[in-house]
Design a binder for this molecule. Structure first.
Ligand code: ATP
Ligand code: MG
Length: 435
């Protein structure tokens, strides 16, 4: 036998038994995001490497050590996207979406980072991201946070807490930077290698360090909020006021800086302690400088991304009940005429009962083995068509999960009867849209 080939480390298959949870998650998130008036944008997985270097920042974990970068056959340097914001801004600029207008956009899909794989941290993972352009006030920052809070409610998730902070403008950050570098120079001998390297290139990033040995030093560092400019302070207070009015609890975390270069003013993270070390499920904030930095006109922007693998783990931790996607009905067939008629009849039934999930027995088998498969499929009813029924134009309906009697009726009437028996709110649903 040939040696089997395994998936790339840190890149997971999502198997059929897991996909119900993924669909529930994606459908729910999409529903809430659409209810806020955001529109989907679909973006390529590959972008020019330069885009990420310029937008995320050269001295960040992502650009320094996590990107999947390669030369394509033309010799161009390309990178598998490690996050979605850069590509979204690139596309919005390229297609003139930011010209004298506001935009509310979202996207979803896989992201790629060459990190050490562990629970909640993978090399291919999935995000849903939301970005809003052209609005500079605290209202849109608050909307982002209200929307995420609505997402948790819609999913039935509790025990996620909100941390927020303001990074201020570039100018106020510069003043803070001086104070921070001054302080960090004082304890340079205790800094880890990454932090020592960043001391001169990107000292704020040190506050984002995951190294436990660095936490005491970070805890005693000067606090960003003490250096905020008045405008950023007022902006931040207004975000907080809206959250207060909406009854959303939060913790102001003065050490929250986020790992990317492009943030300014409001930043936030939703964290949980239900997932061990990888507890941040959603992160975002304002990035007013990025559009201009990527060649556009100055355009205020704010957004967030949430990690779907960690959301799935949370759904599991909360034992959230998932919608049942198994077939409603299993069609048992026998005899040449029975099979021929049944294959066609299955399509007629699906047309007649929009949303019906009907699985046809293919591959033959005795009645006994077909009923075994019917049971295993999770269906509530079996329909039976043999040569006899094919000739007569009839069909038998047999309950699989209750003691009810088997009924035989005309093939024409069976659709109506199934509607009654299954008692689902079918109301004008297109095929495949039932719950
Ligand atoms: P972390 O601090 O956990 O490394 P990050 O700041 O690098 O996260 P972002 O770039 O803000 O993460 O991405 C937003 C969200 O995407 C994170 O909050 C997390 O839920 C998810 N995420 C990020 N990296 C990974 C990964 N390697 N595997 C799975 N999910 C991830
Ligand atoms: Mg990271």
């Amino acid at each position: 036998m040939a040696k089997s080939i395994q998936a790339v480390r840190g890149m997971n298959d999502i198997l059929p038994e897991q996909s119900a949870a993924w669909q529930y998650l994606e459908d729910t998130l999409r529903g809430v995001i659409h209810s806020y008036g955001y529109r989907e944008i679909r973006l390529p997985l590959l972008e020019k490497t330069e885009l990420f270097k310029r937008s995320i920042g050269e001295v960040t974990d992502i650009v320094e050590k996590e990107m999947y970068t390669f030369e394509d056959r033309n010799g161009d340097s390309l990178t598998l996207r490690p996050e979605g914001t850069a590509g979204c801004v690139r596309a919005a600029l390229e297609h003139g979406l930011l010209h004298n207008q506001v935009q509310r956009l979202w996207y979803a899909g896989p992201m790629f980072r060459h990190e050490r794989p562990q629970k909640g941290r993978y090399r291919q993972f999935h995000q849903i991201g939301v970005e809003a352009f052209g609005m500079e006030g605290p209202d849109i920052d608050a909307e982002m946070i209200l929307m995420t809070s609505q997402l948790w409610r819609a999913l039935g998730l509790r025990e996620i807490t909100l941390q927020i902070n303001s990074l201020g403008t570039l100018e106020s950050r510069a003043a803070y930077r001086v104070a921070l570098v001054d302080y960090l120079h004082g304890c340079e001998s205790s800094l880890d290698e990454d932090s020592r390297r960043r001391l001169n290139s990107n000292p704020l990033r040190i506050l984002d360090s995951k190294n436990p040995d660095m936490q005491a030093i970070i805890g005693d560092a000067p606090r960003l909020p003490d250096y905020l400019d008045p405008e950023s302070r007022a902006h931040f207070e207004e975000v907080c006021a809206i959250l207060d009015d909406a009854g959303i609890g939060y913790e102001v975390n003065p050490r929250l800086v986020r790992g990317l270069d492009y943030y300014s003013k409001t930043v936030f993270e939703w964290v949980t302690d239900r997932l061990g070390a990888q507890g941040t499920v959603c992160a975002g904030g304002r990035y007013d400088g990025l559009v201009e930095f990527l060649g556009g006109r100055p355009t205020p922007a704010t957004g967030f991304a949430l990690g779907l693998e960690r959301m799935i783990a949370l759904l599991e931790a909360h034992s959230i009940e998932l919608p049942d996607n198994s077939p409603h009905v299993y069609l048992v067939l026998s005899g040449t005429q029975g099979i021929r008629r049944g294959m066609v009849y299955a399509g007629e039934l699906r047309d007649a009962v929009g949303g019906l999930r009907l699985q046809v027995n293919c591959g033959g088998g005795s009645f006994k083995s077909q009923f075994k498969r019917a049971d295993k499929s999770g269906a509530r009813y079996a329909l039976v068509i043999g040569d006899d029924e094919a000739v007569k134009g009839s069909v038998a309906i047999k309950p699989l999960r209750s003691d009810g009697e088997q009924e035989t009726l005309t093939q024409q009437l069976a659709g109506q009867r199934l509607r009654e028996l299954l008692d689902i709110d079918w109301e004008s649903r297109p095929a495949g849209k039932a719950d």
